[in-house]
Design a binder for this molecule. Sequence first.
Ligand code: NAD
Length: 511
Amino acid sequence: MHYPGTATPDRFPAQDRFAAGAQYIAGRLVAGTSGHVHTVVDPATGKDVLSYELAGTADVDAAVAAARAAFPGWAGATPGERSDALHRLAGVLADRAEDFARAESLQCGKPLKLTREFDVPGTVDNAAFFAGAARHLQGQSAGEYSGDHTSYVRREPIGVVGSIAPWNYPLQMAAWKILPAVAAGNTIVLKPAELTPLTSLLFAQAVTDAGIPDGVVNIVSGTGREAGEHLVGHPDVAMTSFTGSTAVGRRVAEIATATVKRLHLELGGKAPFLVFDDADLEAAVHGAVAGSLINTGQDCTAATRAYVQRPLYEAFVERTAALMETVRVGDPSAPDTDLGPLVSHAQRDRVAGFVDRARGYARVVTGGATPLGDLANGAYYLPTLIADAAQDSEVVRSEIFGPVLVVLPFDSDDEGIALANDTPYGLAASAWSRDVYRANRATREIQAGCVWVNDHIPIISEMPHGGYKSSGFGKDMSAYSFDEYTQVKHVMFDNTAVAAKDWHRTVFGDR
Ligand code: NAD
């Protein structure tokens, strides 16, 4: 949905900043050549932010060629040199924090307080973490395992990585894809979602300004069908790292598998939020509101299914609804706004569709509407709480990706854990209890890549992020991400200096 006029340029002058184009190839901004123009829209107002020509297959080829040309030099740099470069990058990112915060807010509709206090500092910290981690790539120790040889392991970069990112956290997703890949000596071509290319481009400019060689980081801003599939299938790309929905992840996996690529998939989620009857109710209510509404609910780890043990159920529903009603929905650039719009009008309508259908089988306790007045042109949707839905209903099974929390009761601990696990997804979960044995059991038995106890959402650069089950495989952040972005080589030296080695008799001659 478009409305006439252009978004207020002082929020971030995107059209001026990307006048040369929205592709970043071999250290410079260039225009795409697909012949198709895409317009980035401010979801808070419906006004245009940036019109740019999308990347076509020739642009992907140019970006991959630049990454391939840069690979030998970057892979051959010492860990110390790569570390220094990433430290400089962390500094450039920090210097430009306000620029990043405004651009991210503008293209996604995120409140400025979220981009200033979460997206941008998290990204700077990630760069600083990988600057350090670049010098600590560790492997097995060398040894004489056969008795006659010395064996050791080399961890080597893979080559050109092709990465694809979603629109919900464009800056952090760019950082999570780029930083471990280049810290380990790879070069990369990243395709952001076509809705949200601004901060990936700013990130690539910061990479160049930090003195990292041209071609190490390249950005192709294009559609999934054209640029995305071409990147995944490209013969000169050695690895695909994809973050997005499970449905698209399946398609990406098919193409990557057909070309025998290493694959890292970070897919959808439907995180359970399990409240036992001894939990601190006030803490659980606050956690549920923050954990379900962060980034307007467009967060793959967001609390989406609250299972509350029967004695606390009604009080939890009532107090969560009351707290949700205090959340200030509004202009993302206003300092006191808590909740901005969804990323697009299409996403808002998709979320509204889920809630409207739920009215037929569940209770919409609060929300379930778009605000009127000044906000009517934006892609806004009020914080929404749905109670009494059946476990097999659509709002419990599907990823809604909006400010909607569904609450269901449970009786026994066994039932609560079984319900939490009753989903194809396995990205994140939380357990709320003051009993360490109960909470510890939940952390063991819930099938998810992250389980919080008495909190929900915090992430940290040192710790891995990634899914179980249909939420994918492989890890972002932390030293574990190097397992994705390096390949392990066994090197074996003969120590005997004997021509006729003992083992040869299994092939010819006698002892
Ligand atoms: P999406 O799957 O629609 O798109 C993700 C990316 O894939 C975009 O860049 C898109 O252009 C591209 N794409 C689309 N079709 C493609 C194709 N055929 N081939 C190659 N690329 C293609 O997801 P979205 O709507 O942008 O983001 C929301 C989804 O991302 C949610 O499911 C959310 O859970 C998931 N997500 C997961 C994580 C995680 O860490 N697991 C993090 C953030 C978002």
